[in-house]
Design a protein around this ligand. Sequence first.
Ligand SMILES: NC(=O)c1ccc[n+]([C@@H]2O[C@H](COP(=O)([O-])OP(=O)(O)OC[C@H]3O[C@@H](n4cnc5c(N)ncnc54)[C@H](O)[C@@H]3O)[C@@H](O)[C@H]2O)c1
Length: 326
Amino acid sequence: MRVAIVGTGYVGLTTAACLAYLGHEVACVDSDQQKVATLCSGGLPIFEPYLAELLALSQGRISFTSDPSTALPSAEVIFVAVGTPPGENGSPDLRFVRSAAESIGRNLGHGSSTVVVNKSTVPIGSGSWVDSIVRDSMERGMAARFSVASNPEFLREGCALSDTLYPDRVVLGTADAASRKVLEELYHPILEQTFQPPPFLPRPAGYHKVQLVSTDVTSAELIKYAANAFLALKISYINEIGALADRVGADILEVARGIGLDSRIGSRFLNRGSVGAGHASARTQRLWFLQPPNTIWRCPSFRPPARSIPASGILLSRNCKVNYGS
Ligand SMILES: NC(=O)c1ccc[n+]([C@@H]2O[C@H](COP(=O)([O-])OP(=O)(O)OC[C@H]3O[C@@H](n4cnc5c(N)ncnc54)[C@H](O)[C@@H]3O)[C@@H](O)[C@H]2O)c1
């Protein structure tokens, strides 16, 4: 399948490498010409274990450009994987998503049928917003069909490739049966685990088929935000219990182990002091919604307890530095 990926940052580049490894033709577009030059000359703008090796195995099926007009018109699937950094008040800055959507609208191929897939973490309701921007940016009278879908990303930096090839689940939010079929075909090798694993990324023991959550666009967008929020809650919760353990003279490590061994709860994300991981950092985690006419608002009832974050937490991600200023 012919795939284009707009934004070759962490998510875009690792997704591109995995899809090309699986046999798809992947064209990556990035507005950062320096980054594209590095990638074209065989360099890597990020460090991710085995990324260089995976790209070497995908040579001939992956290309890099800063010119969307060479990459987008022939793509059957276009992923939007641009950044959505926190703005002034913590709400996501959507200007890169907007410019990516405009560029897609201007570069759809004549007579083409394309699924535009949002992989960036975007506020709930962004699907129809992106749809309207793509539509408004199309040339007048242009005969091209497209549909906007949501495929939220759950990878962790440092394990991005195995998280993509061997995910806990794949979430596909689509507006129609035709786009669902296209995306299920794209992900078929991952969903059914029919590919030969790269020698350096073996399939985990006992890992077989992948759970597919096939749903509507809005539900897919909410799944991503709700999953981030739940992880943030778990971190905040164990920090609250840690504060209580200090006061009553209990051992928080034993308490966390005792809680986490309950299979309904699980032990992951119950480490005291883990202030945030990836984009699900506890203090800044909010539920953001996009409402016509493009007003972003915050779910008023959701706010993890800020005081549960210790001043000297363990920084698990480069993104946390921005959020915590420590
Ligand atoms: N990094 C993670 O661990 C992670 C995990 C899950 C979800 N996400 C989400 O995925 C999205 C992407 O994250 P990332 O870490 O890859 O971002 P990033 O900042 O590393 O990369 C974004 C890339 O997009 C490019 N770009 C911006 N506007 C563009 C345009 N109009 N056309 C072409 N290229 C453009 C930038 O030059 C940059 O290279 C974000 O919404 C993020 O929240 C990230």
